[in-house]
Every structure is written in C-alpha cells, then in structure tokens.
Unconditional design. Structure first.
Length: 94
C-alpha cells in the first residue's frame, strides 16, 4: 500500500500542521503496513531525513514557489494520476 503525505515548507522550514499530518500518516502506515512517502514542492531542506518514511517526492516547479491553491491542486492531481497512491494525507488549517 502506497501512502503519501504532503509537507508544506515555509522559508525552508516544515509547516507545523504538515508535521502533525506526517505523524498521523506514520501511525496509519505502521497500522496498515503501508509505505509512506512525503511530497514537497520546491524544497531543498534535509529536515525530513530523520523521519520514518520510505522516501521524499520533490516536485520542482516555479509556479509552486508561492502558495496558490489551484497550482498546488494541479500538481497533486498529476502526481495522483501518475503514481496512483492508495491514501493521501494533507493537513489543513484556517
């Protein structure tokens, strides 16, 4: 089972709600025996290297440099269509 967790970075630092999402996805992966991958946009940080994940999927695209919900949605949609993960975790705050 393939599990993805989107991790948003702001100025090279992982967003707190994204790390909370990652923690939940790690628990889910452990319970289900799934393989967890982190998705990031335009990120060069090594911050995720210490986490219990199979790998990091980096999507590099200038259109994703600043938050735009339609650009983010389009990038994630393309990834879903090509990789066909079983579950995707995305944190959300107001």
């Amino acid at each position: 089972m393939k599990i993805y967790a989107f991790i948003q970075f702001d100025d090279g630092i992982a967003n707190r709600s994204s790390l909370e999402t990652l923690a939940g996805a790690q628990q889910f992966a452990k319970l289900t025996g799934g393989s967890l991958y982190a998705i990031t946009f335009n990120n060069t940080s090594s911050e995720l290297e210490g986490y219990d994940i199979e790998g990091i999927i980096q999507i590099n695209n200038e259109a994703l440099s600043s938050f735009n919900s339609l650009s983010y949605l389009s990038a994630i949609e393309k990834l879903i269509k090509s990789d066909k993960p079983d579950y995707i975790f995305i944190g959300h705050t107001y």
